[in-house]
Write a new protein. Structure first.
Length: 107
């Protein structure tokens, strides 16, 4: 003796209302499994330590103070050495017209 489909659907509706689940008689993929999961943002944000003030921040807040940042000075010196060797970063284009130009070979 087979039970009519409408009776089974009514039973599924009652079950979903009792257990607070989504009524989906056609079995479509709705993404509820993903939406019910805990959010990952707060866990990822708490994994990394909070950023502390840097020399750059202090210089911006107190421009009248004379501070010496050894790491920044070393970085700038390294860049000057690279530029002197011809290994530095290329110059930026000033306009859109310059960026369209292709450097030609000089003979």
């Amino acid at each position: 003796m087979a039970v009519p489909r409408s009776r089974i659907v009514d039973l599924m509706k009652a079950q979903c209302s009792i257990f607070n689940t989504v009524f989906n008689p056609t079995g479509e993929r709705l993404g509820n499994k993903i939406l019910r999961q805990r959010l990952r943002g707060p866990a990822l944000a708490s994994y990394y330590p909070r950023r502390v003030a840097t020399f750059k921040d202090l210089k911006n807040v107190y421009p009248e103070w004379d501070m010496y940042d050894e790491k920044e000075e070393d970085r700038l010196e390294h860049l000057q050495i690279l530029k002197a060797k011809g290994k530095g970063a290329p110059k930026k284009k000033k306009s859109a017209a310059e960026s369209r130009k292709k450097p030609g070979k000089k003979r």
